[in-house]
Design a protein around this ligand. Sequence first.
Ligand SMILES: [Zn+2]
Ligand SMILES: [Zn+2]
Length: 224
Amino acid sequence: MPLLELLFPSRCAACGEPGPELCGRCRELLPRLLGPLCARCGTPTAWPVARCLECAGRRIAFAQARSALSYSGPVPRLIGAWKERGQRHLAGIAAELLAEVIPRPQVKALTFVPAQRERSLSRGFHPAGALAAELALLWELPLQRLLERVGSPRRQRGLALSERSKNVERAFRACRGAKPPSSVCIVDDVYTSGATVSVCAGALRKVGCRHVEVVAFARAVRER
Ligand SMILES: [Zn+2]
Ligand SMILES: [Zn+2]
């Protein structure tokens, strides 16, 4: 057995090299979204803007969304290991990386985008929920389960933006009897079009939450 494997029985989740769960090189290469950004949806922009081309003219129920990393470079493989191969401890690393980039939100509680039941059962765990639990510890914020899915929507991948929103519009609601505090931050693993978290934010606002923010580990960024 090579010496490195004796010293480090684990491998880097992003590049596969024996060593720590995320090696120093991959950690350095992570495309952090440090700005300038769209103040509303958190997409990287050439200079700071209040609304970007992506979110201008769209009805968005959250006050602001921030993502820590662009979904590129070593990020897809890292997320793949975390989500698909069930490397649960990576949720802790993901939370740490997220908190390095995104300041603690000024809210009273955290919640998370609920998983589709069959998919979370088959994987045995729920990435957004696990990330939210780790962030709750780091940020010393209470974690509340406030949202649930209604039925199971078709998969979002490959759908146009308008179809995505229709697809998710009725897919989430506040849990029965949920009494969210006045401000909540929704945690998700990957932010794609923002349609899902916007519907979740709308559901929370319907039950009395006045201010909803969103944080995500990674964000799909359109090539410009
Ligand atoms: Zn690596
Ligand atoms: Zn925007």
